[in-house]
Design a protein around this ligand. Structure first.
Ligand code: T3D
Length: 262
């Protein structure tokens, strides 16, 4: 159905694979359009309880496809603001707003917008051979796709500034040590680790996880009072839900809960 991505859905798990391996899965306008469509499909499917984003081949994503950009002398430059407004901005906001956990399996190099789109996901697991490169400074740009927001919040200003101004490759193990990502695993362990995580999340209390994600992401700009209000309101809502009833009943009856994501 799609040419530059793959979408698979089964057993509550949606998997999106960026699929232009010969160009390290870099983004074209067509790939953005397909990804938008796939994310809308995932969002509309109430049976989907977790989303995986990953890349085909040896890379995760090398950001914008630079061969798409007119830079020859005399050529009219592409309006990068328009590209961000129409493509990267909505992509990051959609990933953040999806009411289910989004796992990113970083299978190889993640550069430019590719790195920051990975970091915009809720749980980021990388293979040991993967790396993160804020490549923007090498072509005279700033970190986009949320880079200037996410990096200082995840790893502090000093490290964010170093990565953004030097564009050095940060290997996955160091990224995990810095707290940029959740976990780094041996290459051979990436698939089994991610599969187990997806199975677990597909049976988790999805509404509660969606509310957790909302509360944590909104905390960045909130006061303690506002955050306590947010927690109270979300807890009130979740306390009316079937999954809360099931979780407490299962605990009291000393059995495994069967969550339906409601
Ligand atoms: O423009 C806008 O809309 C504004 C928004 C911008 C967002 C951005 O993402 S800007 C940043 C764009 N990305 C980059 O600057 C990264 C460019 N790529 C690289 O620096 C390197 O490819 C990597 C460090 C990621 C990986 O290096 P390496 O040595 O492992 O692989 P390679 O040989 O460079 O790449 C393999 C092939 O993929 C190669 O093609 P070839 O020579 O085999 O035919 C290479 O040209 C191609 N490729 C890699 N990245 C891109 C790309 N082709 C087009 N665009 C790319 N971004």
């Amino acid at each position: 159905m799609y040419e530059s991505i793959l979408l698979e859905r089964a057993d509550g798990i949606a998997r999106i694979t960026l699929n232009r391996p010969e160009r390290l899965n870099s983004f074209t306008t067509a790939m953005h359009a397909e990804l938008r469509d796939a994310l809308a499909t995932v969002k509309a499917d109430e049976s989907t309880r977790v989303l995986l984003l990953t890349g085909a081949g040896r890379g995760f994503c090398a950001g914008q496809d630079l061969s798409d950009r007119a830079v020859a002398p005399g050529a009219t430059p592409v309006d990068l603001g328009e590209s961000i407004e129409n493509n990267y901005r909505p992509l990051v906001l959609t990933l953040r707003a999806l009411p289910l956990p989004v796992v990113c399996a970083v299978n190889g190099v993640a550069a430019g917008a590719g790195a920051n789109i990975a970091l915009a996901c809720d749980l980021v697991i990388a293979a040991k051979s993967a790396s993160f490169i804020q490549a923007f400074c090498k072509i005279g740009l700033i970190p986009d796709s949320g880079g200037t927001f996410l990096l200082p919040r995840l790893i502090g200003t000093a490290r964010a500034m170093g990565l953004a101004m030097l564009g050095d490759k940060l290997d996955a193990e160091e990224a995990a040590r810095w707290g940029l990502i959740w976990k780094c695993v041996d290459d051979a362990e990436l698939k089994p680790t991610v599969d187990a995580l997806l199975q677990h999340l597909a049976q988790a209390p999805t509404r509660g996880l969606a509310a957790t994600k909302r509360a944590i992401y909104q905390s960045g700009g909130a006061t303690l009072e506002a955050q306590l209000d947010c927690e109270r309101d979300l807890q009130r809502e979740l306390g009316q839900g079937a999954d809360y009833r099931e979780g407490v009943a299962a605990f009291l009856e000393k059995r495994m809960p069967h969550f339906r994501g409601k």
